[in-house]
Design a binder for this molecule. Structure first.
Ligand code: HEM
Length: 133
């Protein structure tokens, strides 16, 4: 497949840095999600890891793998309580960040749709609690 990657269509690392910065602005103000982050209120390190992961996933450089190893994302989320509420709030902040960041860029609507088509099922995949009593 020689189609250009979403990484390059969206504008490279700078796009993902803006996306993740917008996302963590929402997380930092979220009383359910913010306390889950071990380094809160410093979201800088988490921002870097998520941006590098997403760059790699969408066809950019493999820096995440070099720094963090194989993603094993579901396993890496076991220490954090991810129930339906956390999943939904994560998605609300990500959807807002996607909308803000894709607005006005070339092919932004298609890029936003591709990103959300990925985030919705992956957020559900990270869920490690039913939310039932
Ligand atoms: C790490 C929460 C979904 C990607 C983390 C961390 C928390 C967290 C608390 C630790 C902060 C850190 O050390 O980086 C959540 C919650 C989710 C969720 C509540 C709700 C569904 C997702 C999704 C993705 C993702 C959908 C990917 C599309 C990552 C990555 C890391 C991370 C790449 C860093 C892993 C590492 O290298 O240590 N997440 N997350 N998360 N999360 Fe999530």
């Amino acid at each position: 497949d020689t189609a250009p990657s979403l990484f390059s269509r969206a504008g490279g690392a700078e796009f993902f840095d803006r996306l993740v910065a917008a996302f963590y602005r929402g997380v930092a103000d979220d009383e359910v999600l913010a306390p889950l982050y071990p380094e809160a209120p410093d979201f800088g390190p988490a921002e870097r890891r998520l941006s590098l992961f997403l760059q790699q996933y969408w066809g950019g450089p493999m820096t995440y793998l070099e720094e963090r190893g194989h993603p094993r994302l579901r396993m890496r989320h076991f220490p954090f309580h991810v129930g339906p509420l956390e999943r939904d709030r994560w998605l609300v902040h990500m959807a807002a960040a996607v909308e803000e960041t894709c607005n006005g860029i070339d092919d932004g609507d298609a890029i936003a749709a591709e990103l959300m088509g990925y985030f919705v099922p992956v957020a559900e995949h990270m869920r490690n609690d039913t939310g039932l009593p």
